[in-house]
Ligand binder design. Sequence first.
Ligand code: TYD
Ligand code: MG
Length: 458
Amino acid sequence: MAKPRTKFVCSVCGYETGKWLGKCPSCGEFASFTEEIREEKTRFGGVVSSAEASEMRPRILSEISASDSERTDTGIGELDRVLSGGLVRGSFTLVGGDPGIGKSTLLIQMCRHIGEKNKKILYVSGEESAAQVKLRAERLGIRSDSLYIMSETSLSIIEDCIKELKPELVIIDSIQTMYSDSITSAPGSVSQVRESGNRLLGLSKKNGITVITVGHVTKDGQLAGPRVLEHMVDTVLYFEGDKNFSGRILRCVKNRFGSTNEIGIFDMTSRGLAEIKNPSEHLLKGRPVGVSGTAVTCSVEGSRPLLLEVQALASRNGYAVPRRITAGTDFNRVNMLIAVLEKRAKMPMSSFDVYVNLTGGIRISEPSLDASIVAAIASSYKNVPIASSMVIIGEVGLAGELRAVTMCEKRISECSKLGFKNIVIPTANINDIPQNTEVDIKAVDNINKLLALALRPH
Ligand code: TYD
Ligand code: MG
């Protein structure tokens, strides 16, 4: 009997070789190769037949109807914002995130509004039974007659079902549980995920069905195996957050139909995901007053200004090597800012451990946070609190200079909307100060002037 031909596939990036390798030459990952049986595939992975291909013939631009880019609003404002206005008909979207973060909850909640418009939805769960999905839907108050639930993992059965039911929206939860008969490797392997992705892509593009698929992420932040999927889908959304916090952030990392900068902010409650309409207020809730080591800053995520609190703790240590720990922001950037403080503000930090945290479980690494991080560390180091009515905005350069930030006017208006009375901005942004403002805005050009202002007695 002929020996089955095998291949080795990198479980991170999908790179294939004939023999096992310790390190992937494509993505550099170690020990990521798994053995799979080699499949002889037809062209296009067997997805497109010649008859179907004729439907996909080239068309002149003017021949293509406007409905090809029709959008459906999902009824969840924050989700629409991330999708740049709603789900595009015939699009293929991947929703990634840690297991248990709330992907299934978000998608089933989305079905409520779309179902109310009498649009047929097929929700395929490979992880839960139909009864489990129903229980969850009922608990979230979803009773739609156009929502069809199916617990299935075989792609051929799902495809048959879609052909029969003709839904407008198909949700696949999750891609790692789906399998295709034509591939022998286990569900969740790179080959299976790629094949499933290809077949779903074919379905979506040929029939104009909107497809959303869930993909679980590995601990190091990568989609387990399906990085291959990121290339074929139109939109990639990541649902992130800390399980210890109820706050959740939906981030768009790829979008063929709009901007990728927007974020959606949610709160996981006992009755599902609730949109947070005023995130700045939410993020500043419970802020300590009159305590050293805390500063407020304003970041811009997409088009939305976001006020947040930066906390720092500089504590003397007895060891030779000081500890640097960051939560919610870039570790290397904080190290750089500590070096700038040491050199430009003459603060010897080598015998101090420094911890920096963005409160609320949010993760942001925008340069405009620099000045507030520097101020918070210095405030903790000198044990002098920063006025609770102050917001500090600015990027810090290696020479200790404060550099301009984008959309400064928008940030200032958000600060005054939330009742902040003093704002410190970089001198380079002086032209962005609005006329007739009641807020006291000070422009400074280096961190020494910033610290003199922020740490003066008040
Ligand atoms: P789920 O959507 O199943 O996560 P995922 O699909 O990303 O794996 O969410 C599961 C978590 O959400 C679970 O730990 C409980 C929590 N949760 C709530 O707090 N409230 C709710 O109303 C629901 C449905 C879930
Ligand atoms: Mg789930």
